[in-house]
Design a protein around this ligand. Structure first.
Ligand code: MN
Length: 410
């Protein structure tokens, strides 16, 4: 089953939800998916798409989200696909996030407590909905218990086909399911559970948790540093790993001098969408304060891994370029969250930087041809007793051999 909760924001009413329900229905009709609608008993509508075939949230949530975003693009004046309440003003939220393990949607024929009396979460026919919309009659879409019973007597159970009707999502979404199910089983737990628990997405503009995804194919992964003026100013350092952002809060920001170390407290994984998040988290909410992207780029893992508590990375950002090391602290007082963010060897990335540096080089050694990445090799050079390391792309390899027999022979 896929569910869309059509939730009107301030200044919008159930009739606006009706308008949106028809837009969602039309789109689903074009995909050969039959949909059923009920009034929620409150001011929204729920649109149900029965599947009764093999499905998981890995497929149904991205499907629902795609539909919501597509409609938002086509009807920006009427529809939003994001949760923050201020964005909903006068519009209807097509809430796709209901398609998730931890969410619940009221069942048909349930009573809802409401200031104006108990109303029933009642199935309605598309014809009934069209009529109410045409007449502008919102009251026709609220059913008290007696009225609900009369409706059932008259129309029968409009939701009768829902538990058995077999339908399938479009193929690309089903493929998503097998890929991501495998990925998730490998990781067992939902990595964004803590992220979700700490936030109220009706209040913060931060992105809601989504399915793990990767930013690029191949070995280049995303890194970001966000400057976060919370109750205490700090820098959030995040590295893409397994489709989410591993995160550390660094009170003093990244270190710049060789072997300089800064405390970095590991925090909860963040969704990939967070990398581009900038804005104000309301006061009183978790992490209240402004967030801005301080640096963003890609990184390569040169050595180590997260679970072993040691990561050696090459960052290629706008501000930060070069090697940094993250090491987990073994101090038991710190509950296992404390890491150190350490500036690693100096690095150069261009041929001209290399030539400048190599004129004072006293020794030279190839450290590794990185097994993770065909484009990355690492060289260690000693300059006036100072260690430098070099990141090379394969294009530089021939030139390097020349350099080795030239200025590096002293
Ligand atoms: Mn933070």
């Amino acid at each position: 089953m896929v569910v869309f909760d059509l939730d009107p924001g301030d200044g919008a009413d159930i009739l606006k939800s009706c308008e949106v329900a028809f837009l969602v229905k039309d789109l689903l009709d074009r995909l050969n998916l039959k949909s059923f609608v009920k009034v929620s008993g409150s001011k929204g509508l729920h649109l149900h798409v029965p599947l009764n075939t093999k499905i998981s949230y890995e497929a149904s949530q991205p499907f629902a989200k795609s539909i919501a975003q597509l409609l938002e693009r086509e009807h920006a004046d009427l529809i939003v696909s994001e949760m923050p309440k201020h964005k909903r003003k006068g519009k209807v939220l097509v809430d796709w996030s209901q398609n998730s393990e931890h969410k619940s949607t009221v069942a048909v024929y349930s009573l809802r407590a409401n200031a104006n009396g108990p109303f029933v979460a009642m199935p309605v026919s598309w014809a009934q909905l069209r009529k109410a919309l045409k007449k502008g009659d919102a009251r026709a879409l609220f059913f008290e218990p007696d009225a609900a019973l009369r409706e059932v007597k008259k129309n029968g159970d409009l939701f009768a086909p829902v538990p058995t009707l077999k339908q399938r999502l479009p193929q690309p979404f089903l493929e998503l399911m097998s890929e991501r199910t495998n990925l998730r089983h490998a990781r067992r737990a939902d990595p964004l559970e803590t992220y979700r628990r700490k936030r109220d997405f009706t209040k913060t503009a931060e992105p809601p948790p989504s399915m793990p995804k990767s930013s690029h194919p191949g070995s280049r992964k995303l890194f970001v540093i966000q400057k976060h003026a919370a109750s205490r100013l700090h820098y959030d350092f995040r590295l893409e790993m397994d489709g989410t952002l591993k995160s550390w809060a660094v009170p003093k920001g990244p270190p710049y001098d060789l072997n300089e170390r800064r405390l970095a407290m590991a925090t909860e994984d963040h969704p990939m969408e967070y990398a581009k998040f900038e804005g104000l988290i309301p006061r009183g909410e978790y992490g209240g304060g402004t967030v801005m992207v301080w640096d963003i780029g890609t990184y390569e893992l040169m050595d180590g891994n997260y679970w072993q508590g040691k990561l050696h990375v090459f960052l290629n950002g706008k501000k930060l370029k070069g090697e940094w090391i993250l090491v987990k602290s073994h101090n038991r007082d710190e509950k296992g969250n404390a890491w150190f963010f350490i500036k690693g060897l100096k690095s150069v990335t261009t041929w001209s930087e290399f030539l400048t540096a190599s004129s004072t080089c006293t020794s030279f050694e190839i450290v590794s041809n990185n097994a993770f990445s065909k484009s990355l090799s690492r060289f260690k050079l000693i300059f006036k007793n100072e260690l430098l390391s070099f990141i090379y792309t394969n294009n530089f390899a021939d030139n390097l051999v020349q350099a080795q027999t030239g200025s590096l022979t002293n």
